[in-house]
Ligand binder design. Structure first.
Ligand code: ADP
Length: 398
């Protein structure tokens, strides 16, 4: 092999020799055929020489391993056999030699074909070889298989793109929800105001039937408003747009501020709600407003999915260094196979068009997300026919 073969890839020729010679006690550089030995020991690179027209003159073990041809099969053939057909038709291999001749060196990455027809992603360097008079005598070609690296690279790009797309989708979803709920809330608020005007008899007294109709409109309006608030809330929680103001919170105080909101519902459905005395207080590290939201949802569910005459108990306790709030009811209970599903958005058990329960099926999904957002969790234990206990666990505070 000509001395200059591969000299670009190996660094300046003399420096290379010097390093080899020093390592081997200054004798190797005199060994005849040292470059040939070097090339033949390389298994990860295909290193071979082409004549001026691109026909293969030498072949190393790396080339055999990479491309699948033995030396006998390949020497004398044109190097365009390694290229995909469309590249050959475009004159790509010949074009590479022209650039290498004009500029001394050509490098690219692209698909190449093995003997068995499979493709690999190659890094290719072609170096023009010239004799001492500067006359072109051929080319040295070094090829590396970068298929794995490219696959990893492509996967990384695809992953990054997927993440970006998911983020954009989630952003536009929550922006859509925010815009929609604003658009919907504005007319609903004015409907509410006109309901009040009618109900208070400001424009004249109402008879019994009219009053009944106005109350039905009001219930519908309030239900829609609650639904929209739930959707907006879910959109925000889902998009991770909620910020938490974590501070020590007395669970007793949280319960005391939620109970007055619950009483009308409990009274209407004849459910007794029982909660612990103040002296058993526990302090949690949480966002008070979010905590109230979770408790309100758990207690209203415990009332909604209960039987008239049933009861609800709210307990709090410090267990294993965690602040725990439990909401138990004597309702119908939840079948074991559904105890995870109820925390999924829009899941409503036994929901049918004639079902008397209203809601969005978002309450528990939001509550669990909020609990987890405060470094806590929300779980349920339930027995069909006996009732359910929802357990909210939070970090304990001082
Ligand atoms: P919503 O109450 O709006 O339907 P939730 O996410 O709060 O939505 O609850 C999801 C479903 O879980 C409810 O539709 C109901 O079927 C079931 N569920 C929730 N709480 C209870 C409970 N305390 N007892 C029995 N079933 C419940």
């Amino acid at each position: 092999m000509n001395d200059r073969a591969g000299s670009d890839a190996e660094g300046p020729r003399d420096e290379g020799r010097f390093a080899v010679a020093r390592e081997a006690g200054g004798t190797l550089h005199e060994t005849p055929g040292i470059h040939r030995l070097l090339v033949e020991s390389v298994r990860d690179y295909a290193i071979f020489v082409l004549d001026r027209t691109g026909h293969i003159l030498t072949w190393n073990p790396g080339a055999q391993r990479l491309k699948g041809y033995t030396a006998d099969e390949v020497i004398g053939r044109h190097f365009s056999i390694f290229y995909p057909r469309d590249a050959v038709e475009r004159g790509h291999p010949v074009h590479e030699l022209e650039i290498a001749e004009a500029e001394g060196r050509y490098e690219e990455e692209g698909w190449r074909i093995r003997k068995d027809g499979t493709r690999f992603w190659a890094n290719v360097i072609i170096t023009a070889l010239r004799d001492d008079d500067g006359e072109l005598i051929g080319y040295a070609k070094i090829t590396r298989d970068l298929t794995d690296r490219r696959a990893a690279h492509v996967t990384a790009i695809a992953d990054a793109r997927k993440v970006a797309e998911a983020e954009a989708a989630s952003r536009s979803k929550s922006e859509f929800l925010a815009a929609m709920s604003h658009e919907l809330r504005t007319p609903l608020s004015s409907i509410g105001a006109y309901i009040d005007i009618l109900a208070y008899g400001i424009q004249g007294p109402l008879n019994e039937a009219q009053r009944d109709a106005v109350e039905r409109i009001r219930r519908g309006q309030q239900h829609l408003l609650a639904l929209i608030n739930d959707l907006l809330n879910f959109g925000m929680v889902d998009a991770g747009r909620i910020s938490y103001h974590i501070a020590p919170v007395h669970l007793c105080e949280v319960i005391e501020s939620v109970m007055p909101l619950i009483e009308p519902l409990a009274h209407g459905r004849r459910i007794a709600v029982d909660w612990q005395a103040r002296d058993a207080d526990v302090v949690a590290l949480a966002d008070r407003t979010r905590l109230e939201q979770v408790l309100l949802n758990l207690v209203s569910n415990a009332i909604k999915y209960n039987e008239p005459g049933g009861s609800v108990a709210v307990r709090h306790v410090l267990r294993d260094g965690r602040a725990i709030m439990e909401v138990s009811d004597t309702g119908a209970g939840i079948p074991a196979e559904d105890t995870e599903a109820i925390f999924e958005p829009f899941t409503q058990l036994g929901r049918s068009l004639t079902s008397p329960h209203e809601g969005t099926g978002l309450g528990l999904a939001i509550s669990r997300d909020l609990a987890r957002g405060m470094n806590g969790d929300l779980t349920v234990r339930s027995a069909v026919g006996e009732g359910s206990t929802f357990t909210l666990t939070l970090p304990a505070g001082e």
